[in-house]
Design a binder for this molecule. Structure first.
Ligand code: NAI
Ligand code: 15L
Length: 268
């Protein structure tokens, strides 16, 4: 059955704001949660994922959860540990205790960010490519995918882990021509992840059907995702402004882009 009431964690963030606009169009009633209050949303739950009691109360009675909350870029290990690793654990534990049957987890391409980009006619990167996180941030997404698998195997709590590329209104870099997910396709993919039967723990890449795609969307298509957008319409302008990919630049060699080469955060 289609889940009706969906808890959206990270609802104040960029992706959360886009999905607050789009998902009600699929018939969902959203319950919102974030660390930060949301203007015009007085019923949104303002809570930290570290607050186990608040998280348990927030998940009570929902049909599914879309889990976006957390630190969305590189940060110190301590911050990532608290928000992304312990926070995601707290959410899963609350969902298990309250009997929520399914979570859609916002994983990231940075869980596999040190995977070389396919060159020439090389095959697309498969979904079962080994984890190769490019940051503590990416490491927390690898952990989240393992946590999801564990909660399926041990507790029959289902997850679709979506390794999102870049979900923004428009692509803004040459790399994004390959990894962009339009907001409308993002909503299509989340809807598929919420409604497909028997997903157990399924991992999918999250992007539009880009001409310059680097990864294999077949597991996403298998749960009913039918992307409608392609970044190619932006290619000429972006390449004219920014130049094409440079094979000498390490940030251009791997999926994760500049995440692989940015200086480490110091002090840890
Ligand atoms: P964002 O940084 O704009 O939003 C994250 C939200 O989570 C913020 O509103 C923040 O206040 C909230 N948050 C952080 N720590 C929290 C805590 N301890 N308790 C409660 N709320 C907390 O990030 P964005 O771009 O909206 O991404 C959403 C999710 O999707 C993140 O998990 C990110 O890692 C993932 N993702 C996003 C991509 C994108 O293209 N936007 C790409 C890949 C993954
Ligand atoms: C992510 O995981 C980030 O959350 C997002 O802000 C983008 O940087 C995206 O990856 C990307 O790889 O472009």
């Amino acid at each position: 059955a289609t889940p009706r009431t969906v808890l959206l964690t990270g609802a104040a963030g960029g992706l959360g704001t886009l999905m607050r606009d789009l998902l009600p169009g699929y018939g969902y009633e959203l319950r919102l949660l974030d660390l930060l209050p949301i203007e015009g949303e007085p019923d949104a739950i303002v809570a930290d994922l570290a607050d186990k009691d608040a998280v348990r109360e927030a998940v009570r009675g929902v049909d599914a959860i879309i889990h976006l909350a957390g630190i969305s870029l590189e940060a110190s290990f301590e911050k990532i540990l608290r928000a992304n690793i312990e926070g995601t654990y707290n959410l899963y534990e609350a969902a298990r205790e309250e009997g929520v049957p399914r979570i859609v987890f916002a994983s990231s391409n940075h869980a596999v960010g040190f995977t070389p980009r396919p060159q020439g006619d090389a095959p697309l990167i498969p979904i079962d490519t080994p984890h190769r996180p490019d940051t503590f941030y990416g490491l927390s997404k690898s952990f989240g995918e393992d946590l999801a698998q564990f909660y399926w195997d041990k507790h029959a709590l289902e997850t679709v882990s979506v390794r999102i590329g870049s979900c923004f209104p428009e692509p803004s870099s040459v790399r994004m021509l390959s990894v962009w997910m339009s907001p409308a396709d993002g909503a299509r993919l989340f809807h598929a992840a919420l409604t497909a039967e028997n997903v157990q723990h399924t991992v999918v890449y999250g992007s539009s059907a880009n001409t310059r795609l680097w990864w294999d969307l077949s597991t996403a298509r298998a749960i009913g995702y039918d992307p409608q957008d392609d970044s190619e319409q932006y290619a000429e302008k972006i390449i004219a402004e920014q130049g094409d990919l440079d094979p000498e630049n390490i940030a251009h060699a791997y999926l994760g882009g500049h995440f692989v080469s940015d200086p480490p955060i110091w002090p840890y």
